[in-house]
Design a protein around this ligand. Sequence first.
Ligand code: AMP
Length: 171
Amino acid sequence: MKDIIEQYIRDVVDFPKPGIVFKDITPLLAEPKVFKLTTQELLLLVPKDIDKVVGIEARGFIFGSLLADRLNAGFVPIRKPGKLPYDTYEEPYELEYGTDLLTMHVDAIKEGERVLIHDDVLATGGTALAAAKLVEKAGGKVVMINFLLELSFLKGREKIKDYPVTSLIKY
Ligand code: AMP
């Protein structure tokens, strides 16, 4: 199954800048059977007793909301600054040069809720770590951080070693 999914992930060299090989999942999203299969395979990796699935802007929203639906959980978007309309918690994360912020609505997660974080790609792990911190600021428990793809050579798992981590496809 994984090898079928892998065939629908396109490497785009030098995007968004020279030296980066971008993992483009749009061919996978465009193929109905493979799209469905990917959701089913991700579901096998995650716990079933989840209150909220947190998706990270923007590609984390796609399978994040599908997982939330299948798990009968709520969906919570984590976004870049200035996008969420209500009061937010903020958490910095590292970029190659400098830092940026991730934000989440203050009432998105209730004290003690069991939370699954989802994003499309685990690279250095900085984004996922900031997302986990946001969930904890709201009083939620990060039960798992799940990815469609993991770029193992960037060792992102080391940054999020305090949390259970799963990914469907590892490079
Ligand atoms: P990081 O914080 O380094 O783990 O970066 C993760 C975020 O950047 C995720 O939201 C990914 O969507 C995106 N990202 C990083 N590297 C890639 C890549 N090679 N291909 C596609 N997306 C990437």
